[in-house]
Design a binder for this molecule. Structure first.
Ligand SMILES: CC(C)(COP(=O)(O)OP(=O)(O)OC[C@H]1O[C@@H](n2cnc3c(N)ncnc32)[C@H](O)[C@@H]1OP(=O)(O)O)[C@@H](O)C(=O)NCCC(=O)NCCS
Length: 180
């Protein structure tokens, strides 16, 4: 049996994943995933700058080994955790790594009594919208023509248990998308 050595972090219950804080030496692996996941990837300095803010980056490793399978970057705004970036290595998707990182953020939200987690998703990124919807996020705002290099809207998706999302045209649209 191979015993994996992990740095300080959390084994996420009911998953095969271990989630810990991102460190500078992780950035090479993180950049490889970033470049293969996004049309307009973050640069190395974006990640380095994030690491200067405490608790701003998480990486996810499988208990079976094989390096970093995913990462997320978030910041603590006044009354919410704002998720700036999340990605999982292509071959490791749909195996629960993304959920493990969101569960870790939910735990942080709980212990710090922060009411919500929020993120922004491109209008065309249906798989990410489905992922966040499955984690209990609800779309509650449209930011029109939100991106510098794209002509595309963004949806603000918010996790805020106990608070009902407004019933409006956007919530109606999302019910249609996810209940098909
Ligand atoms: C979005 C992302 C981080 C999800 O990570 P993941 O590890 O694949 O997600 P999980 O395996 O934890 O998925 C949990 C659930 O979310 C939903 N989900 C995840 N990906 C989905 C997809 N492509 N289509 C539909 N539902 C999806 C499913 O309900 C899934 O559970 P299931 O596999 O048992 O059906 C990953 O797809 C990714 O890296 N995408 C590219 C980068 C990106 O778009 N990031 C988001 C920017 S806003």
């Amino acid at each position: 049996m191979v015993l994996m050595q992990f740095k300080e972090g959390t084994f996420m219950p009911k998953s095969n994943y271990f989630v810990r804080g991102m460190e500078r030496e992780d950035i090479g692996q993180v950049m490889n995933i970033e470049k293969s996941s996004f049309q307009f990837p973050w640069r190395k300095y974006n990640f380095l700058r994030s690491l200067d803010m405490p608790h701003a980056g998480l990486v996810c490793e499988s208990i079976k080994g094989g390096g970093i399978v995913g990462y997320s970057v978030f910041e603590h705004e006044n009354n919410k955790l704002f998720l700036l970036n999340i990605a999982v290595r292509g071959d490791d998707r749909r195996l629960g790594a993304g959920r493990a990182m969101i569960d870790k953020l939910k735990a942080k939200r709980w212990t710090r009594e922060i009411p919500a987690i929020e993120t922004m998703v491109r209008e065309t990124n249906i798989s990410a919208q489905s992922f966040f919807a499955e984690q209990g996020f609800k779309a509650n705002q449209v930011l029109h023509d939100n991106y510098d290099f794209l002509t595309e809207d963004a949806y603000v998706m918010r996790y805020s248990p106990g608070k009902l999302a407004p019933e409006n045209r956007l919530s109606g649209f999302f019910k249609g998308v996810y209940m098909r």
